[in-house]
Design a protein around this ligand. Structure first.
Ligand code: UD1
Length: 430
């Protein structure tokens, strides 16, 4: 298994480009299943482990996939095996995103039930009940979700709570359903907007994405498209924190600035300078080049994770590192997932003063972090340990970096390009 080794203390400088958004690419690649004829081309797709996993899943179903660099061509006309096996779903919960498209196009699907994961129980009951309201009959047995439907029909569905992939699954299902579907209390994450833009380009009729009420009028068929994935706001914000923890000063290119209000507001409150310098015209996504400056002293913050447009749970672990270095007491409250503090124990081993009380972590700073061997427990936690390593005195060895590789494209290489003393060691097979 690979490890990442960081020697802390370097101030980051130079420039770095944000990659395409994993959480937009996953539903968009799954949406290719809705197209029964022709080949779609997706560009700016980040080359990540989760992307390979969804491509493997689609190709086991019979889709033809051709991937080169950040472009992926998918022709799903030959799909005939309508199953997502446990082996794939257990490595990536977002595999559930094929359920809606398969039911909509084929009226049949078998998708392994994702289990719990390191950050909480993460049920998919809202995906299932929404599809049932659209006319699917669903049985859960032997660890699988078996769905059938003659043709899905429109429905008026109110989510008990906003779910990102749940909203995406139902939006995709509704594009080919008979009649109109209204999704209320829908999630408003920008990645759902990116999916909706792609589906509209395919011929779908969707309104209201980005608000809590999304209306989808079903059509008979969708056609292939060429579509560029939006830049990744979580990667962008993680790199901003890297500037904060190293007192760095660099240019972040292709940054989805307009979708990062909560994170940027908090970084500015902590004392960082974040200024757009240029509008990048070749992207259709309003991406900007942004100058990011971290300076000491940083001020402590109170942060509460919330669905978008609130502060993203996917940035909670990385902000905690920044708070360890900030003056005073900070409180981070996690309201989205029940068990997302696994990184706390590793940060404590590096000298952080953090106490967990229920859903809140109380962080006292500034603390000097010292390098240590640490273990990643999930995707965003692994990024937080690398960030802690950048700020720590001495050497930090992060193991289980396969978590990091699920969601950050060549993270250590991007940091290296900014001047960090960081490298990967690949374990030799014994
Ligand atoms: C997505 C993101 C993930 C992010 C999360 C929250 C993708 C591929 N993943 O995950 O990176 O951390 O949003 O922003 O986009 N819930 C239920 N029943 C359901 C579905 C969800 O109770 O049927 C609960 C969850 O347990 C959680 C909350 O709803 O407490 C939000 O989860 P959800 O938005 O569904 O997360 P994901 O879509 O899995």
């Amino acid at each position: 298994m690979d490890t990442i080794i960081v020697r802390g203390g370097r101030q980051l400088s130079g420039e770095v480009e944000v990659s395409g958004a994993k959480n937009a690419a996953l539903p968009i690649l799954a949406s290719s299943l809705l197209v029964s004829r022709g080949c779609s081309r997706f560009t700016n797709v980040p080359r990540l482990r989760d992307i390979s996993t969804i491509c493997t899943l689609l190709s086991t179903m019979g889709a033809r996939i051709d991937a080169h660099e950040e472009t992926i061509d998918i022709d799903a006309s030959g799909v005939s095996f309508l199953e997502a096996s446990y082996d794939l779903v257990k490595t990536m919960r977002a595999s559930i995103l094929v359920l809606g498209p398969l039911l909509a196009r084929f009226g049949e699907a078998a998708v392994s039930l994702p289990g719990g994961c390191a950050i909480g129980a993460r049920p998919v009951n809202l995906h299932i009940s929404g599809l049932e309201m659209m006319g699917a009959s669903i049985k859960v047995e032997h660890g699988y979700i078996y769905g059938r439907a003659r043709r899905l029909h429109g429905a008026d569905i109110t989510f008990d709570l906003p779910t990102v992939t749940g909203t995406e699954n139902l939006v995709m299902a509704a594009t080919l359903a008979q009649g109109t579907t209204i999704l209320r209390n829908a999630a408003r994450e920008p990645e759902i907007g990116d999916l909706a833009s792609c589906l509209r380009r395919m011929g779908a009729r969707i309104e209201g994405d980005g608000t809590a009420t999304i209306t989808i009028e079903g059509v008979e068929e969708l056609h292939p498209v060429e579509y560029e994935i939006m830049p990744d706001r979580i990667e962008a914000a993680t790199l901003m924190v890297a500037a904060g923890v190293t007192s760095g000063d660099f240019l972040l290119k292709n940054c989805p600035f307009g979708n990062m209000g909560a994170e940027i507001g908090k970084l500015q409150e902590a004392g960082m300078i974040i200024n757009p310098v240029d509008k990048r015209e070749k992207s259709g996504h309003d991406a900007l080049d942004v100058r990011v400056v971290g300076q000491r002293p940083l001020a402590g913050l109170d942060v509460k994770t919330m669905p978008y447009p609130g502060f993203p749970t996917d940035m909670q672990a990385q902000f905690m590192v920044l708070m360890c270095l900030a003056r005073g007491t900070s409180v981070i409250t996690e309201t989205v997932f029940e068990n997302r503090f696994m990184h706390v124990f590793e940060l404590q081993r590096m000298g952080a003063d953090i106490e967990v009380e229920g859903r809140s972590a109380i962080i006292k700073g500034p603390q000097k972090l010292s390098g240590a061997p640490v273990m990643a427990s999930d995707l965003r936690a692994s990024a937080s340990l690398v960030l802690a390593g950048l700020a720590a005195e001495g050497e930090t060895i992060v193991s289980r970096v396969y978590h990091l590789d699920r969601g950050y494209f060549q993270f250590e290489k991007k940091l290296q390009a900014l001047g960090a003393d960081i490298w990967r060691e690949t374990a030799k097979a014994v």
